[in-house]
Design a protein around this ligand. Sequence first.
Ligand SMILES: C[S@@+](CC[C@H](N)C(=O)[O-])C[C@H]1O[C@@H](n2cnc3c(N)ncnc32)[C@H](O)[C@@H]1O
Length: 206
Amino acid sequence: MTVKDQQNWNQRYLAGEFGFREPDPFVMEAHENYLQPLLREGLAPDARSGLDLAGGAGHHAVWLVQQGWRMVLADWSEAALAIAREKAAALPANNTLETVQGAALDVLTRFQEQERRFGFVLVSFFLDRAVLPLLPRVLASGGLLLYRTYTVDNERLGNPRGPRNPEYLLRSQELLEVYRDMKILHYNETVANKGVAELIAQRIGS
Ligand SMILES: C[S@@+](CC[C@H](N)C(=O)[O-])C[C@H]1O[C@@H](n2cnc3c(N)ncnc32)[C@H](O)[C@@H]1O
């Protein structure tokens, strides 16, 4: 990923390419089935927060704030974060969205150094392989990783959307391999007309 990629993303957001969007059903279902129970179980106060990494203009993060989570939205596009802050400004005062601008790897490295932990981390349609091993390290014990992005099968299955560069495409079962030390709660590779892997995994141990 280069500075040019970052500028491209900024331009796409400034051009209004990503207007108001509902959260993906994956996120809403994951919230109902896995995140809400976690909140009900009484997470430690510092774990009642979530990180939406490369979360763009915040269509998930703002919704998750509305569901009762303190959210950190991180993205390298300042234009995307500005849109998210605008949306969050309409929320009641005690609903907090923190925005962090920076490359995902830098943001995670910093959080890890600060020993900052989250009840869950969401990564939706973003892949930087250097980031993958760092994700469990910013999860509180028992915290959840929600990951969803395109796989190498996407183009073959006829989906016109999504990247073509294999650097940004998961291999089949790749998330299962990378997160083999976590408890896998849900895994699916959609094969109808798009290649998308989705994983929900829980950090075990302290
Ligand atoms: C396809 S969008 C997905 C946005 C959001 N997660 C969603 O599901 O709608 C990819 C996002 O990743 C961000 N991005 C790409 N590379 C990044 C990097 N290395 N560090 C941080 N953000 C990055 C882009 O700015 C963009 O907002």
